[in-house]
Design a protein around this ligand. Sequence first.
Ligand code: CA
Length: 233
Amino acid sequence: MDTILVVEDEPVLLETLEYNLKREGYRVVTAADGWQAVEVARRERPDLVILDVMLPGIDGFEVCRILRRETTVPILMLTARTDEVDKVVGLEVGADDYVTKPFSMRELLARVRALLRRERMLREELATERAERWERLAFGDLIIDTASRRVYLRGEEVSLKPKEYDLLLFLARHRGMVLSRDLILERVWGWDFIGGSRTVDVHIRWLREKLEDDPANPIRIVTVRGIGYRFEG
Ligand code: CA
């Protein structure tokens, strides 16, 4: 049974979410402010977190950043305003998806199911990769160690966020191929992620900043105008 942590300070909405999720067969734990959310997440190790942005104490963005440093648990954010959506999509918050209030319970439950399914598939893929012992991809002085999910550049470990790593691995495994933003979005983030191609561009920029000698003139991850990107090695 999957455990879902719901973080929401509006009692009626929290109760509604809890009721509907339980009816779907999930185990539900709750928190009503930011610090409590971090504490409950650490204790309960949920399979998914539903996280409101506006919270007493620390806000949902900060909770998301803290959790992201510790875990790859899928995080679905509840946003109330357009500027919050911009932040979820554009900034280094690390959420997997979001819904905008007011939302239909049906839509929310569909997102929850999709995120959990994607997480399970990723875990299975990872297990398969390990079984294949495909442990090192080397491109000159850039090395991707798939067993440990670590990346090294000129012998130094490069610190990558989970999504940056997933994106790099996807690009690297399709070296030389032109990959459209939509394809990248679908394969790295999942077909149901609605953040849009901006998300891909932002992560590509972060990867370039970490991997390219001159991020403004990239030679490893090049832009294919009007389409997407190509990994050169
Ligand atoms: Ca709130």
